[in-house]
Design a protein around this ligand. Structure first.
Ligand SMILES: Nc1ncnc2c1ncn2[C@@H]1O[C@H](COP(=O)(O)OP(=O)(O)OP(=O)(O)O)[C@@H](O)[C@H]1O
Ligand SMILES: [Mg+2]
Length: 261
């Protein structure tokens, strides 16, 4: 206990780029290394909740009731079947947050306040919805780092410029320490020229921020959530699972480099 978590907002306003998949599988890979990890499902779609074998919660304790200060993270986080991995489940009520928060003072600060007393985790991954609304803003204000998944497909960088602008705004106004931890290339298809050329473009745009590990397109990845399992527990040997294990190693390596300057 009494840990200071690294908090990652998994963000890209473009839909379907691998945010949830990366949250679930990276979190699982770090939990397998005995790190205490919390996933905060801040997307009303609730895909991260379902992908870890939990149910979306209507009423009761969930990311919405934590966000709005009704319950603490400690009393709301649900342990999964995976040792060291807990989830703060999503709720449909998150859908109303943009409207509900429109009249309050500093609506961007709520998640940060809720996380201030949370000291049980080494890592917290916040799964953001595909929009830069109040939920994503709350995630960026509460986080120490942003991770940006970019899909190796046509228009990969579409929306990323807007995300970078939002990050700058959040840094300036609320969270000066916020840093981009890295960019993950997802759904890479080694046989496709387009995929290779996009990976190349993203590397020229973001430079060393792009993790060495690239997540390939792998059919086991979309199969796993319907079994309520991260891909590592569904098929440990498949390339999808192995690449997320390598990504976790990249993340830890980057941390060691940060520490030693
Ligand atoms: N490496 C991969 N190989 C094959 N399919 C993948 C891979 N990564 C993600 N997918 C599939 O692509 C779809 C979109 O992925 P995911 O839900 O993680 O994206 P997202 O960015 O969270 O989407 P949204 O913006 O809707 O929240 C899902 O069906 C997922 O299973
Ligand atoms: Mg998602």
């Amino acid at each position: 206990m009494n840990k200071k978590a690294k908090i990652f907002a998994m963000s890209n306003q473009k839909g379907g780029v691998g945010k949830t998949t990366t949250v679930v599988n990276l979190a699982t890979a770090l939990a397998a290394l005995k790190k205490d990890v919390l996933i905060i499902d801040l997307d009303p779609q609730g895909n991260a909740t379902i992908s870890t074998g939990l149910k979306r919660i209507h009423g009761g304790k969930n990311s919405y009731t934590v966000l709005t200060g009704r319950f603490s993270v400690a009393e709301s986080a649900v342990p999964t079947n995976i040792p060291h991995l807990s989830v703060l489940p999503a709720s449909q009520e998150l859908l109303g947050v943009d409207l509900e928060f429109s009249g309050v003072v500093m609506p961007q600060m709520y998640l940060k306040k809720a996380l201030a007393e949370c000291d049980a985790f080494d890592y917290i991954f916040i799964d953001c919805p595909p929009a830069v609304g109040m939920l994503t803003m709350n995630a960026l204000v509460a986080s120490s780092h942003v991770m940006i998944p970019v899909q190796c497909e046509y228009l990969a960088l579409e929306g990323v410029a807007d995300l970078l602008k939002t990050i700058e705004k959040i840094k300036k106004n609320f969270n000066p320490a916020l840093a981009i931890h890295g960019v993950v290339l997802t759904m890479f298809d080694a046989r496709s020229r387009l995929s290779k050329s996009i990976a190349h473009d993203v590397r020229s745009f973001f430079g060393d921020l792009v993790y060495e590990t690239v997540i390939p397109r792998n059919v086991r990845i979309p199969e796993a959530p319907s079994h309520g399992k991260p891909v590592m527990l569904y098929d440990f040997r498949c390339v999808g699972a192995q690449s997320y294990i390598r990504l976790a190693a990249d993340v830890l390596k980057r941390e060691r480099e940060e520490k030693h300057g």
